[in-house]
Design a protein. Structure first.
Length: 228
């Protein structure tokens, strides 16, 4: 039985990925900054799923938070802070938190768990198309998603022979964040004629985890919006 760790698995895409792994019989660990929320979501997901409280904005607590995790086959890190921020109204605390979670927190999570990776274990980090398509208020989101380009390369070398890749989703039309937003501007500009789905992002994540030839790559699941 595989053990899958979903950091940030208590909501959004992370939760759907966790459900996917649980449904196929994995032992699943979902995390949230709020331990009670993580435990509640784990109970909803069912199967061999449990919740942990892990706060990537406090990197010095990550090691102890994962203290009782003994083995890892799949590590997916989706945690983020998307508080709108721009130079015009710059929130310094929010900026530091966002970059700490996405870059320092991601790196520390991999460092902490790497000695518990089983043979064939792999990692998927989550970015987003704001990396290449900034939007108003995306100053920090664009910056830390771009930072994953460098992080994935150095991690691939440092955790070898284990693999690490990045998924950059576009606007996910049926996600809790966007499903009630009619006529998103990306809809008309996306060549496939629709927004991507959560199922497609889950499938892409699963592909990167299982395909043993893919390493240090960035996979964009955005329906072609970046082509325009």
């Amino acid at each position: 039985m595989s053990t899958s760790i979903i950091v940030g698995g208590s909501n959004g895409l992370g939760r759907v990925i966790a459900q996917h792994f649980a449904d196929r019989g994995d032992t699943v660990v979902v995390t949230s900054r709020d331990k009670a929320r993580a435990e509640a979501v784990a109970a909803e997901i069912g199967g061999a799923t449990r919740g942990l409280g892990v706060d990537l904005s406090q990197p010095d607590t990550i090691a102890s938070a994962f203290g009782d995790v003994t083995e890892v086959d799949h590590l997916v890190i989706t945690a983020t802070s998307q508080v709108p921020n721009s130079l015009g109204e710059f929130d310094l605390d929010a900026a530091v938190t966002a970059l700490t979670i996405k870059l320092v927190g991601y790196a520390e999570t991999v460092r902490v768990l790497r000695d518990r990776f089983r043979p064939g274990a792999s990692v998927v980090l989550f970015g987003g198309v704001a990396k290449d398509r900034p939007y108003p208020g995306s100053t920090m989101v664009t910056t830390h998603n771009a930072g994953l380009t460098g992080l994935v390369k150095t991690l691939a070398v440092e955790i070898a022979p284990h693999r690490v890749n990045v998924v950059h989703p576009g606007i996910v039309g049926d996600s809790p964040k966007w499903r009630d937003v009619p006529d998103h501007p990306h809809l008309a500009r996306t060549p496939i004629g629709r927004l991507v789905t959560m199922a497609e992002v889950v499938d892409a994540t699963d592909f990167l985890l299982r395909n043993s030839g893919v390493n240090a790559q960035e996979l964009f699941i955005e329906g072609g919006i970046l082509a325009r």
